[in-house]
Structure formats: C-alpha cells, structure tokens
Design a protein around this ligand. Sequence first.
Ligand SMILES: *Cc1c(COP(=O)(O)O)cnc(C)c1O
Length: 385
Amino acid sequence: MQRIYLDHAATTPVLPEVLEAMLPYFSHEFGNASGVYSWSRTARQAVDQARDTVAEILGALAEEIVFTAGGSESDNLAIKGVAWANRERGRHIITSAIEHHAVLETCHWLEREGFEVTYLPVDSQGLVDPSAVEAALRPDTILVTIMHANNEVGTIQPIAEIGQIVKDSKAVFHTDAVQSAGVLDINVDRLHVDLLSLSAHKLYGPKGVGVLYVRKGTRISPLIHGGAHERRRRAGTENVPGIVGLAKALEITHAEREKENARLILLRDRLIEGLQTIPHTRVNGSLTQRLPNNVNVCFEFIEGESLLLTLDMRGVAASSGSACTSGSLEPSHVLLAMGLPHEIAHGSLRLTLGRGTTAADIDYVLAEIPQIVERLRAMSPLYRA
Ligand SMILES: *Cc1c(COP(=O)(O)O)cnc(C)c1O
C-alpha cells in the first residue's frame, strides 16, 4: 500500500542536508558551547554561525535571536515574558480567537494571574480586521499577539498592516510565524513586529528547537532561569545540533520558497477543485490569503474522525482540526470562530502538502476521498442525499 503524508502543518521530515549538518555535533564535536577549550570553541562557532544565518533571514541583529526549545516555548516566552516585565505599566493584552493553543492557553493562564485579554473575532475567512486591533488598543495595552498564518485553515493575516498600527501605541507586537517561516517573507522590519516565534520541525528541521526574535529594547523577562545563556533570556546548555539544524533548514526552505510555493499552489488548487466536486463540501479559509500547502474542507454529515481513520487505512496521513485537539471530540475553535456551526465543524479535514508531495499523491487522494465520503454518508443517520 502507498503511504502518503499530508500533515506537514503538524510536523515535517528532517531534510538530508539538515541531518548531515547536525551529525558532527552529536558525536565528536559534542562540546558545551559555554566552555573555554577547543571543543567548546567549535560548538560556540556553530551556534554563532547559526544565529547569524537566522538573523540575516529575519533582517535582525544576531543579539536579537533567542534559541528556545520550540514554537510553544517561544510563544510562552514572548507572552509571559512581556506580561511579567511590563506588568507595572499595564495589564491588557490583545490577541485573536484563532491563535494556536500555545498562545491561547498562555493568555488564559495570564487572565487567572490578573491580566485582561481581548480576543478579537475573525471574519468567515479567518481574517483579523486591522481596524479592530486599532479599536481594541488602550493606554494600558502592553502586548498584541496575532499569528502570521493559521495552522488549521492556512489564512495569512495582514501582519504588516497590524504592525504599523501597533507601532503607534505603547504596546509591543508579537507574531507566531511557526507556519509561515520558510514559506513567506518573515523580515521583522517589513512586518513591523517586535517579537516573532518560529519552530524548526515545521520547516524540515529537528523537533524541540525554535527561535524567539526579540527586538532590541523590548522589555522581556525570562521563563527559564539558571545561567547567562542567550543573553540571560533563556538559561540552559545550548542544543547545538538542534540549533545548527534549525539554521540549515531555515536557510534551505527560505531560499527555495518561491519555487516550492509555486509548485505547491498548483497541487493545492488541484486538490481543492477536485474535492469541491463532492456534494455538500465547503472549503474553509481564504482562497487568496492562504498558505501554499493548506487544504481545509468540511464534508457535511460526516465526522472528521471517521474520515481520518478510513484515510489512515488507505495509507493517507491527514488531520482533523488541529493535531493538539484531534484526540478529543471538541470541534475546532478556529472553525467555530469563523462562524461554522458545531455539527459542520466536526466534519473538517485538513490536508497539508509538503516538499515530498507529488501530483500522483494528489491523484490518489482525489480517487479515494469521494468514495470514502460517500460510504460514510450512507451510514450517517443525518444524511439524505
Ligand atoms: C506547531 C505550532 C506551534 C508549536 O510549535 P512546537 O515547536 O510544536 O512547540 C505553535 N504555533 C503554531 C502556529 C504551530 O503550528
């Protein structure tokens, strides 16, 4: 049986070049980057070089790059770090209803700690209105956090426009760019952001390593104390192989993104068009402001879970809602925020393409899915054709 991986928004395979760049730092170049002997110098140089590479792609200074243990940590550091460091100035935070759980749960926790959070609504395509951000800003707003591209429906937010608005206030602006890094322009000046999160394993690097960009002069408290690493913003012995792998993966995906995006957009649109021929199907998210690799559809009258299990039996890895919630029966908070009724939000399917996806893969799923949907509907008490 074929095995087709269409869940690149959940994680991606490590590229061979990335693995190769990492390998020496697991074995003979194992030094602690903070020591004084030659092993350490080699490790230190590798970390410095990785930091320069990441900084250049972001249009940032090397000292503005903080290596973390992934996207969730970067989001937590950005939000809790700014909240804690600025709590005497104000306690109001603005975010959106469709953020990743790493942002939303952090905001919920801060609410219990005495902060006030405004969750901006989105339109039916999943877009945040920049003028709603402007209207929500208050003198005590210390942070605005809006994701660059959504992990479930792929909607790309007008970050530069929102950044321009936040710039005129006293608040700092954070964006979760975990889904857009290596795909879209993530130049921090063009986006007008003060903080930006990214994660290696979403861009063909290793799991467990990420970056938080912190604009010079931004007040932020560390989450992890214990040493002078990362300019006292994140203690802990550096994950040298991970950091090297992250930089290599970002370098490759960023350099090749235009060509790869054009290829993926053709496959994506072919898949969307094919799925739309199934009756009672709706495409979720924007058709124009959309990640090149994201397909998200709802087939009315069926459960996303049963569809996923059947697809898995046919060798296709896909997702329903977000990976973090697909163990539960809760409908996606993103689809609900976009105004979909509960019963339809339950039937969503996310297919996210990647570097390994071929036209033959798309043909295979386009042959399988209509049959599966038809069979599941035939068993559904809700469906009357
Ligand atoms: C995956 C993801 C995260 C979490 O990143 P990890 O490195 O897995 O912790 C955060 N935000 C978005 C948008 C994501 O897709």
